[in-house]
Write a protein that binds this ligand. Structure first.
Ligand SMILES: Nc1ncnc2c1ncn2[C@@H]1O[C@H](COP(=O)(O)OP(=O)(O)OP(=O)(O)O)[C@@H](O)[C@H]1O
Length: 591
């Protein structure tokens, strides 16, 4: 140190060196530290470089991934853009849809409202209808009740009508005689010219007239001859103008009786050409005898009666009745079966015989019976039979029938045993009577199938005879008699004369039978001719007979007309009175 108290420069330099040395040492230490740190940093750098090397790969990979992601992002963006566009469109659609749905919903609401309104209206109208229906138901119930009452009354009235009908028919007698005067016809003039066309020729004189519908007046005043002025009364008289319809209208009630259990016979009697065949069958041309339902206005009693029978049957319980037909002709007192067939099925007339069964009824063994179900089938059968009927020209007309034609409809009625018989007949006034009568009067017959079912192998009646069911048979015999002419008038000789003689004999036998019935003789000579024998069940006794007298109005046939009117008058003498139903044993009468 210096006396002035100041610090020498050496010292200051020393201090300075010491300080610098200290600083150096501190710097060196610092350098060591820094070198250490540097070394460490180098290490770290190396480490980091290593890491960087690794990371560079990773970065490359990441870059790759990044690129990919960017690509992905780009494609995603485009997808997103597309999706966005789609979403926008969807939004628009949704918006449209929404507005459409709104519109729809408004419509729906509107429709709902109107439907509801309609439903309400319908419900209201248904309610009204228901009320009306209830009123109707009440009315219908009332009506049903009154209908039932009316029906009951109708059934009662129907039964009363039946009683009245049968009483009326019974009061009219079991033999009725009607007379039909035919119009003048071309063959009435000698030349055969038409009556209306041949104005210059003198018209044939008419001698037979109707004065009312029950009286025939025959008036003839020829110079040199006795005056004839006679009236004849019959149950009904038809003028020339009266139609087939009118004639049948009076016949039809008998058919009701047929189904009530009576045998019925309708026969046309008269001289040749007087209109018997016309009345019974209808008009027939020379070469064609075919009957047809189409010729309706001209049809005669036989086709009409058959139609009526089928109509009446149709009102009965189904299957309770069936109809069989036989067609025979009685020629020269022989019976010919006009429905018999040869082995080839051709129809030809076969001779048959008529016998009396032990019950006193007439039967024709082996006679052909055909079951028919309607009038058309029936007409076809009758047509076949008519083809075989014997006809010859006479002086009166060209196709005169030389045989008696007998068409028989046998109606079989199914009836169950006595205790259950009534139900089948519930609609018939006569049913209780008939059933009672059948089972009281004919117990033997009901037991004896031979009576109820005569010898017919093919008959359904016979088939069912062993069953509990029993059958009642009634017969409708429709007869077109051969002409009752005088021999001189018909102008026949030889074989034809023989025919005429047989015809007249059988008609005379018929007249005798009616006479015997009229006189209530104990013996009725049915067996004097095949004709009367055949018709035995339908004439007299309990049967109803209608004789249709056919006469010509011409003076030329005066004698024949008077003869026919006489026959009719005789037939009419038959005592009127209660008619018993069919099937009474007739043994005492028919011998
Ligand atoms: N009421 C009538 N109306 C129109 N024509 C009739 C009438 N009656 C008969 N005739 C006609 O007279 C002719 C002779 O009649 P029909 O053949 O019926 O006589 P018939 O009595 O049966 O004769 P026959 O006994 O000879 O067979 C026939 O041409 C027929 O058409």
């Amino acid at each position: 140190m210096r006396p002035d108290g100041g610090i020498s420069p050496g010292l200051v330099a020393q201090q300075r060196v010491r300080q610098l040395e200290q600083k150096l040492r501190a710097k060196e230490e610092r350098i060591v530290v820094l070198e250490t740190e540097n070394a460490l940093l180098h290490l770290k750098l190396a480490e980091f470089r290593g890491l960087i090397g690794r990371d560079t790969n990773e970065v490359a990979q990441l870059n790759f991934v990044h690129d990919k992601q960017q690509n992905l992002c780009r494609s995603t963006s485009s997808v997103i853009i597309q999706v966005y566009g789609a979403i926008q469109r969807l939004k628009r659609d949704l918006k449209n849809l929404h507005s459409f749905a709104l519109e729809l919903s408004r419509d729906f609401q509107h429709q709902c409202k109107s439907s509801l309104y309609q439903v309400l209206t319908v419900v209201q109208s248904i309610q009204l209808q228901n009320e009306a229906m209830q009123t109707f138901q009440t009315k219908a119930f009332d009506l049903e009740q009154s209908l039932q009452e009316v029906n009951e009354r109708y059934q009662q009235e129907k039964q009363k009508r039946k009683i009245l009908h049968n009483s009326l028919v019974e009061l009219r007698g079991n033999i009725r005689v009607h007379c039909r005067i035919r119009p003048l016809l071309p063959f009435d003039t000698a030349s055969g010219h038409s009556v209306s066309q041949d104005r210059h020729r003198k018209l044939p004189e008419k001698v037979a007239h109707t004065t009312d519908d029950e009286t025939v007046l025959v008036k003839c005043n020829r110079p040199g001859h006795t005056l004839i002025n006679k009236t004849f009364q019959f149950d009904r008289v038809y003028s020339a103008a009266e139609s087939q319809d009118t004639v049948f209208a009076d016949v039809a009630p008998l058919l009701t009786s047929l189904l009530d259990g009576y045998n019925v016979c309708i026969m046309a009697y008269g001289q040749t050409g007087s209109g018997k065949t016309y009345t019974m069958l209808g008009p027939q041309s020379e070469d064609d005898v075919t009957l047809s339902i189409e010729d309706e206005p001209e049809l005669g009693i036989i086709p009409r009666a058959t139609e009526e029978v089928f109509r009446l049957i149709s009102e009965k319980p189904p299957g309770s009745h069936w109809v069989e037909v036989s067609v025979v002709e009685v020629y020269n007192n022989e019976i010919f079966d006009l429905l018999a067939k040869d082995s080839c099925g051709r129809v030809f007339g076969v001779k048959r015989d008529v016998v009396t069964t032990k019950e006193g009824k007439s039967d024709v063994p082996l006679l052909t019976y055909e079951t028919v179900e309607n009038a058309v089938e029936f007409l076809q059968l009758v047509d076949k039979g008519l083809q075989l009927r014997v006809k010859h020209p006479t002086l009166v007309h060209a196709h005169s029938s030389r045989s008696h034609l007998v068409v028989t409809l046998t109606i079989t009625t199914k009836a169950v045993s006595a205790d259950s018989f009534a139900p089948l007949w519930t609609d018939e006034q006569s049913s209780p009577r008939l059933s009672k009568e059948l089972f009281c009067t004919f117990p033997q017959q009901m037991k004896d199938d031979k009576l109820v079912f005569p010898s017919r192998a093919s008959s359904p009646a016979q088939f069912e005879s062993t069953e509990k069911l029993k059958h009642i048979k009634t017969k409708l015999q429709l007869v077109d008699l051969a002409g009752s002419e005088c021999v001189g008038m018909s102008g026949v000789t030889g074989v034809a004369l023989r025919e005429t003689s047989f015809i007249n004999r059988s008609l005379s036998a018929l007249s005798d039978v009616l006479g015997a019935i009229a006189e209530q003789r104990s013996h009725i000579p049915y067996r004097n001719s095949k004709l009367t024998h055949l018709l035995q069940d339908s004439i007299g006794g309990n049967a109803k007979l209608l004789v249709m007298l056919c006469i010509s109005p011409c003076q030329k046939y005066l004698a024949e007309s008077l003869q026919s009117l006489g026959f009719g008058t005789r037939a009419r003498q038959v005592q009127r009175g209660q008619v018993k139903k069919r099937n009474l044993p007739m043994s005492s009468k028919s011998k």
